[in-house]
Design a binder for this molecule. Sequence first.
Ligand code: ADP
Length: 552
Amino acid sequence: MVIDFYSILPLTCAIFVASFGLFILVKDLRSRMNQLLFGFSMSMFFWMFGTFMMFATRGDLAASVFWDRFVYAGVVFMPPFMHHFSLLFTKKIGKQKFLLFLNYFLAFVFLFASRTEYFVDGLYYYSWGVHTQARILHHLFLAWFFWGTGLFFVNMMNFYRKSADALAKLQTKYVFVAFGCVIFVGGSAYLFAYGIDTKFPFSYVSGLVFPIMLFYTVSRHHLLNTKVITTEVLVGLTEFLLVMQIFFSKSAFDIFVRVVFSLIVALIGVLLIQSVRREIKRREEVASLAFSLEKANIRLKELDQQKTEFLSIASHQLRTPLTVLKGYVELVMDGAYGKPTAGIRKVMGDIDTSNEHLVKLIDEFLDISRIEQGRAKYNFVGADMVKIVGGIVNELQEKAKAKKLRLTWDPDGVKEKICVDEEKIRHVIFNFVDNAIKYSDKGAIQVLLERDDGGLTVRVRDSGIGFGKIDEASFFQKFYRGENVKAKNVTGTGLGLYVCRKFIEAHGGRIWAASQGLGAGSEFGFWVPNKRKPEAPGLNPQNVNVSCGVGR
Ligand code: ADP
């Protein structure tokens, strides 16, 4: 037996490729793809192990020839296995039935042929080893070998060209290279059968590259399983090397130490694999939970969308009759149907108040559905804030007086115009002041304007019911009504401030509520920038009209 670097190299490759094959098979015994990969690895094992034996027995011609024929007993199955694999991989298993059958059939034909002296016979002697000499049937075998394996490459290339899935494309590429390496690098071993010396048997290296490439393919694209696989392989390899070392021990003590060491490593290895498995399981659970949550979220969004659409349609339908009603009330009050008595005036006044209340509610619904459907229109103009606030204060003065509240305001020297949607800003300030009146029973309400370098602040301060910490963060949520109003008999929907927030956000501004506590009054305020922010949330560029420009 000649044991040197040249014979150890194919032996190492043989062990490597056989371990890979077994590993793949054990992963899923019933998978046809895994069975084929195992079969192909075994073909390579025959090739490499036979080569090792052929080199090792190079002093004995008959033995070397025997072991080279052993090589061919594996190699003849490479073409059908590869062809078969390509059909499975590209999901064309029903196709090329005849060609596949022919490939398997010829493999058996050449298996028998390789047993005869018409296939290989005699030896070529090289500086690094020996090889049998090709005979007539070997030429035929070679032609078939490259045709048979060529079918694999053609199928894979067609699949690669037609596939639209980037992941499938990438996998095809790696599998293509892995097998290509075996056939084109490994195939150079045939040169030795024709007396051509490539100086160094590079071909066997393909036995190492092939599993590594395939592992790489799996590991890049199925990350979760691969962590376990990689750990198992590493632990297995380490353990394998440690056990091998036992055979090279020089003394009983040496054997003892190495056995104990490999047992400890085996134990740690098992624990490691278990912990990786557990981690993967947990991650998979989290991934599956995240998936369910995402699905639920999509469903909720759909429902929310449907609700918004319903709201929009219903509100439009309700708004029209209310407008008609308002018109009739005005006609009756104006005496169009005869002079109204005091009683009729009182009833008409009540109808008008309720009507106003309903109109406000429906307008809020409409605002919300417009906001949520991205249909809210913004018309940015150079707005005169003093005029806007002055107008609101005048409008609500009567209402404040009716509750004996003092409503004042301070423009604080603000004169410049500001680039905002006048109507929306008016809506927000109106809401603040209206709420301040609604939620105050005594004292004063103050509207303050403040100018700073970046923009303008509006504050509405009152000495009303105030609120505690619990409410502070939630006032601007949809349908939220504070704890502070729970005990009071004040009607409301909890929608007004939500709409205000959306309007201010669309200006790229900030909105807030502050209070020292229940009964201590409150401040509702907002800040909007001087310069329009085109990227502000909720702004749909199609619905934005600008006549004051960015940066004014
Ligand atoms: P609504 O007034 O219809 O309930 P809003 O969205 O306008 O809805 O207000 C939400 C909540 O904010 C109110 O229910 C109330 O709890 C609180 N709130 C609003 N303005 C004031 C204020 N000036 N003082 C105290 N609490 C207020």
